[in-house]
Design a protein around this ligand. Structure first.
Ligand code: PLP
Length: 424
């Protein structure tokens, strides 16, 4: 092959020459401005760049004014968004089948924003599933009532009781996770959404455990879908992020709320999440397959008292899961996610700690959805804010474990669980 002669490519060299706008300037000025904003983009990058600029400027005051007053799309200040965030937002809207998405600083920020945007506020009741992520439970039980929004937390698997409550209490907002954290109960999302709408409530679904790989709540009528993007969507345990997807009609309110609350996602985090997203379906395919095999292995293990995994026929809502996740699965068999829950027989806190300490491969750590398998005992970690009575009511005991199954070799996972169960 002929050697490339770079002298024939003046354009390449041109781009790298001294910045003519500042050659006469003082060194301090050059440090600030030379090279920056060197040309309006005429190229496309295959990977979205990280736009760390906090502000944006335009050719004229009128152009800027058009952006400030939203007459034209664009960016003004990065608290209200950046092109990197937009790329992630467009990706998530597409994945969720939603019209619009805002990304924000964490999954908790997303739940908070969704509740505020949906109208939770003075004298506006929140009806929330009692089996939700611990910090969401506390936020709904304690923080919103301080803002004047009363709340009721209850089991959402009994549809008759739920309908009685919705009819009687007339909630403004109904909030639930489809596969619940940590007990992996499966809520009949289409039925709950239809029921809540019949009585005039706005519905928020946390789709973190299920992800659009199993279910797209907007397609079955949810008004808002929120995510801890930190989990399966980003998938690598290296970024904290959240998202709220909704219909265009609610977007202005969501956008204003994001700006006023100020919980915008940083562009570096948006980029990491966007990169993680590239392998989302590959990871989910492997993680769901591994989870089913781990659940089957644990169910037949003599030292295990109970396994809860939506893909096992023994799971109380297995048929519901098959129906609602089957609708999303197209040609492949329904998948049931990568989260499972089990009880070790005769297990107190000390035995639980011995089990966690004995694990060699599976990481005892509080997050979920990563490529690595992760495990926690919710009573001591994710749900530690709940009282003894509240934990018992949900079914969380000292020997209850929540496992997020990763992409490791399945035999290695089984071996690790088996050896830790035997020594504890
Ligand atoms: C179902 C669910 N929703 C929301 C959150 C909160 O997400 P983040 O940790 O990104 O704030 C979590 C965290 O574990 C979760 O499991």
């Amino acid at each position: 092959m002929a050697k490339r002669d770079y002298t024939d490519e003046p354009k390449h060299a041109e781009n790298r020459r001294a910045d003519s706008r500042y050659v006469e300037s003082d060194l301090a000025t050059q440090c600030l401005h030379a090279g920056e904003r060197w040309e309006k983009q005429y190229f496309w990058t295959s990977s979205t760049p990280i736009h760390n600029s906090t502000t944006y400027f335009y050719d004229s005051a009128q152009e800027l004014d058009d952006r400030v007053y939203c007459r034209k799309p664009g960016y003004v200040y990065s608290r209200s968004g950046s092109p990197t965030n937009t790329a992630l937002e467009r990706a998530l809207s597409t994945l969720e089948g939603a019209e619009v998405t805002h990304v924000c600083a964490s999954g908790m920020a997303a739940s908070h924003l969704a509740l505020l945007t949906a109208g939770a506020g003075k004298d506006q009741l929140i009806l929330c599933s009692s089996d939700v992520y611990g910090s969401v439970y506390t936020m709904v039980e304690n923080i919103f009532p301080h803002l004047g929004a009363p709340s009721i937390l209850m089991d959402f698997t009994d549809l008759n009781k739920l309908e009685d409550t919705i009819k009687r209490e007339k909630p403004k907002v109904v909030y639930f996770e489809v596969v619940t954290n940590p007990m992996t109960k499966v809520i009949d999302a289409p039925a709950v959404i239809e029921m809540a709408h019949r009585y005039g409530a706005t519905v928020i679904v946390d789709n973190t455990f299920t992800t659009p790989y199993l279910l797209k709540p907007v397609e079955v009528g949810a008004d808002f879908v929120c995510h801890s993007v930190s989990k399966f969507l980003a998938g690598h345990g290296d970024v904290l992020a959240g998202s709220v997807s909704c219909y265009r009609k609610d977007f202005d309110k969501l956008h204003d709320m994001l700006i006023q609350v100020g919980c915008t996602l940083g562009p570096n985090e948006a980029w990491l999440a966007l990169r993680g997203l590239k392998t989302f379906t590959l990871r989910m395919e492997r993680q769901c397959a591994n989870a089913l095999k781990v659940a089957q292995f644990l169910e037949s293990h003599p030292l295990i008292e109970k396994v809860r995994y939506a893909g096992l026929p023994s799971h109380p809502q297995h048929e519901t899961a098959r129906r609602i996740f089957g609708a999303q699965s197209g040609d492949r068999p329904p998948q049931y996610g990568a989260m499972l829950n089990f009880d070790i027989a005769d297990c107190d806190k000390d035995k639980a700690f011995r089990f966690l300490d004995a694990l060699q491969l599976i990481l005892p750590a509080t997050t979920l959805g990563d490529i690595y398998s992760l495990i926690v005992n919710p009573a001591r970690t994710t749900h530690r804010q709940l009282s003894e009575e509240e934990l018992t009511a949900i079914g969380i005991g000292p020997g209850t474990f929540r496992m997020s199954v990763g992409i490791e070799n399945i035999e290695d996972l089984k071996e690790d669980l088996d050896q830790a169960l035997k020594v504890c």
